[in-house]
Design a protein around this ligand. Structure first.
Ligand code: DX5
Ligand code: ZN
Length: 224
């Protein structure tokens, strides 16, 4: 089943609870939280304090995408604040296996993320210990960027590898997902669709989420 994970990066931070509620009413089932530190990516966003407040505002799982250096230092705090899923970048982790175990040891689902320039093959040795793999379809740091199509072959490869190896991770995609790109990522095999600008950028998040999810579901039905 395909799920929509609205990314609050493009939401109005002064009305976060309300915006999250609207996206949930439109069919969003996971709330994607972009954490940026100004070092790993050239932007700064939010930390565990906001996750703690969000935890009280929604019952949906909080998917914390850590775009930070040294994630080990902050994983316990995010888990304690209420993060249900925590993903870390392959490029930011010197000891990726250790970091993924740290996430799991804190009771969260563990995800690994690859930037557009990072091959899926770099994940071969950790695919059996992750709950999900997040394929970046933009260079991380900002919302509303253009979709980079090389994500498609990476999504397909991850779906093939999972079948070949009998693994169970889910495949998430993040960046530039909108009504023009959603069908192709779903047909490639993406199961969790992150969308920021397409949900919160213009208009009503509830209607935007509903439209996007409808397009995604139709693409799922076209899948052979
Ligand atoms: C980018 C973030 C994304 C971002 C996606 O660094 O990881 O989650 O919110 O935004 P859109 O959907 O606007 O491309
Ligand atoms: Zn993200």
């Amino acid at each position: 089943m395909v799920e929509l994970a609205p990314s609050i990066l493009s939401a109005d931070f002064a009305r976060l609870a309300e915006q999250v509620q609207a996206a949930a009413e439109g069919g969003g089932t996971v709330i994607h939280v972009d954490v940026m530190d100004g070092h790993f990516v050239p932007n700064i966003t939010i930390g565990p304090l906001v996750v703690r407040s969000l935890r009280k505002a929604t019952e949906l799982p909080l998917d914390c995408h850590l775009m930070i250096e040294n994630p080990d230092q902050f994983i316990p705090e995010f888990a304690e604040a209420g993060a249900d899923w925590i993903s870390v970048h392959q490029e930011a982790c010197r000891h990726l296996d250790r970091t993924l175990h740290l996430v799991r040891d804190h009771g969260a689902r563990a995800g690994v993320v690859v930037n557009p320039a990072t091959p899926v093959e770099t994940l071969n040795e950790v695919l059996d210990i992750v709950d999900y793999v997040l394929v970046m379809s933009v260079n991380p740091g900002f919302g509303a960027q253009k979709f980079i199509p090389n994500a498609l072959h990476k999504i397909r490869k991850l779906a093939d590898l999972r079948a070949q190896r009998g693994l169970h991770y889910r495949i998430e995609v993040d960046g530039g997902i909108d009504l023009n790109t959603v069908a192709e990522v779903v047909r490639a095999g993406a199961e969790i669709l992150v969308a920021g600008n397409a949900v919160f950028g213009n208009g009503d998040p509830k209607i935007n989420a509903r439209k996007l999810l409808k397009a995604a579901t139709e693409a799922t039905l076209q899948k052979v």
